[in-house]
Design a protein around this ligand. Structure first.
Ligand code: HXC
Ligand code: NAP
Length: 265
């Protein structure tokens, strides 16, 4: 169920970095359904082609690594050549593995910071002159780990915290040109690579959902709806914000500890 009109994004062009699977693919798919021309990119060319085919609506799949500035700039230029000037850019590429800091090499830490944080800088820096004009909109995909420290996630916590500040700084610097910069912080989302890595068993999933106010994982489509809102005209005065689409996860541990005495309800 969506509150958005079918042609809401007609005439717009969107580039989704990391849009070849999971949450970002869901965002790309929703944008295309609402009339946008869409390009997605990831490292793996076959995966990118397959993602574009599942999106349909003339979407294109490109192969570039967000850690490589020249490569991402090239991908953005290809998108403009094929689909026209950009209106919307999403930076969602990310890497993660579960390891204590002492089990992480310097290269392991750097790899995740490079994909998530440096990758977001690269994508936004490289796209700016291809989209700068009033109405253009950027979204970075962050996570609750940016704010709440999480053991065995030193790389992700550091990288996503950096992304949150980058969003705010760029919103200030680029606001005068009418370019909005926002973030989305998804909670745990069902059927994603992220949660397969963080909670690989039904027991781990139950332990997580029992603490969330809404008592469930989110769905890819629910994050996509937030991503539609942020690029829509309804959000035209919204910039520098991070929208938590997380069922209340960031409010903290919402378990009822009253043992049924009703104090929580
Ligand atoms: C310790 C590890 C490790 C592990 C990799 N490394 N996995 N160290 N424990 N489990 C180390 C390697 O040993 C190496 O260090 C360094 O990390 C780089 O590894 P590579 O395999 O060479 O890197 P690369 O091929 O670039 O792959 C990047 C990756 C990989 C992040 C390691 O997992 C990946 O491609 N991930 C993309 C998909 C993904 O992670 N999706 C989930 C996003 S979810 P050395 O020193 O040996 O060279 C997400 C969740 C946020 O972001 C929050 C959710 C709630
Ligand atoms: P995912 O399916 O693994 O998606 C990651 C995407 O990024 C893929 O398209 C991947 O394609 C691409 N990618 C990875 N490294 C790249 C690189 N160096 N250059 C270019 N593209 C690269 O992940 P997900 O679980 O849906 O997560 C998507 C986003 O949501 C991430 O930013 C994540 O941090 C955030 N998030 C997820 C959750 C969750 O519950 N899953 C919760 C909070 C936040 P290739 O492998 O082909 O490169």
């Amino acid at each position: 169920m969506s509150a958005f009109k079918d042609n809401l994004l007609a005439g717009k062009t969107a580039f989704v970095a990391g849009g070849t699977s999971g949450i970002n693919l869901g965002i790309a798919r929703r944008y295309a359904e609402l009339g946008a021309r869409v390009a997605v990119c990831g490292r793996n060319p076959e995966k990118a082609q397959a993602a574009a085919a599942t999106i349909g609506h003339g979407a294109i799949g490109l192969s570039c690594d967000v850690r490589d500035y020249a490569a991402i700039r090239g991908g953005l230029e290809q998108s403009v050549a094929k689909l026209g000037q950009l209106d919307i850019v999403i930076s969602g590429a990310a890497g993660n593995f579960v390891a204590p800091a002492l089990g992480m090499s310097a290269n392991g830490f750097r790899t995740v910071v490079d994909i998530d944080l440096n990758g977001t800088f690269n994508v936004f820096r490289a796209c700016y002159d291809l989209l700068k004009r009033p109405g253009a909109s950027l979204i970075a995909i962050t996570a609750g780990q940016a704010v709440n420290p999480s053991m065995f996630q030193a790389h992700v916590c550091a990288a996503k915290a950096g992304i949150n500040q980058l969003i705010r700084v760029l919103a200030m610097e680029w606001g005068p040109a009418g370019v909005r910069v926002n973030g989305i912080s998804p909670g745990p989302i069902a059927n994603t690579e992220g949660m397969a890595r963080l909670a690989p068993t039904p027991e781990a999933e139950k332990a997580i959902t029992s603490r969330i106010a809404l008592r469930r994982y989110g769905e890819v489509g629910e994050v996509a709806e937030s991503a539609v809102f942020l690029v829509s005209d309804s959000a035209r005065y919204v910039t520098g914000t991070i929208l938590d689409c997380d069922g209340g996860s960031q409010l903290g541990d919402a378990r009822d500890r009253t043992q049924g005495q009703g104090l929580a309800g």
